[in-house]
Ligand binder design. Structure first.
Ligand code: FEO
Length: 162
């Protein structure tokens, strides 16, 4: 059984994951507009991954016979000065998402909801990967600075993401 407080918190997280998807779709479109096809592809993959996160939460609630309530998704920014700025915001955003997941863990602990805590373990591990991946790309972009060949190489590499 999932408490109403836990249900509300997971429902809010579904919206947050959809907002993440929306943000990354916007970054994908802006990267395409800047001629960065590989980065655009990477963010398109990220857009799909965030929707999977939202569905993982939604399926979890549904498996406990909880009706999911979908709420409006806030608008997102649509342009960034550079790929570096895009990934800087991605790192910052993923750190915020990690805080949200930890908040869900706190609620699960307070509610003695061990089933939800077990489900959240997947997200705790996922966030370690999400933060590290974005940080590694940001570090590479910082290293190349404004060297166009470096940006070309990174763009090519990110375009290979499966
Ligand atoms: Fe759903 Fe990127 O965390």
């Amino acid at each position: 059984m999932i408490s109403e407080r836990m249900q509300r918190a997971i429902n809010a997280q579904i919206n947050a994951e959809m907002w993440s998807a929306y943000l990354y779709l916007s970054m994908s479109m802006d990267a395409a507009d800047k001629g960065l096809k590989g980065i655009s592809h990477w963010y398109r993959q990220q857009f799909a991954e965030e929707q999977q996160h939202a569905m993982k939460f939604a399926d979890y609630l549904a498996s406990h016979s909880v009706r999911v309530s979908l709420t409006a998704i806030d608008g997102v920014r649509d342009t960034w000065a550079s790929a570096e700025e895009m990934f800087a915001q991605t790192v910052e955003h993923e750190r915020n998402v990690t805080k949200m997941i930890y908040n869900l863990c706190d609620i699960a602990t307070e509610e003695h909801d061990y089933a939800t805590m077990n489900m959240l373990t997947w997200f705790v591990n996922e966030q370690i990967e999400e933060e590290q991946t974005a940080l590694d790309i940001l570090d590479s972009l910082k290293k190349i600075g404004d060297k166009r060949v470096g940006l070309y190489m990174i763009d090519k590499e990110l375009g290979a993401r499966k």
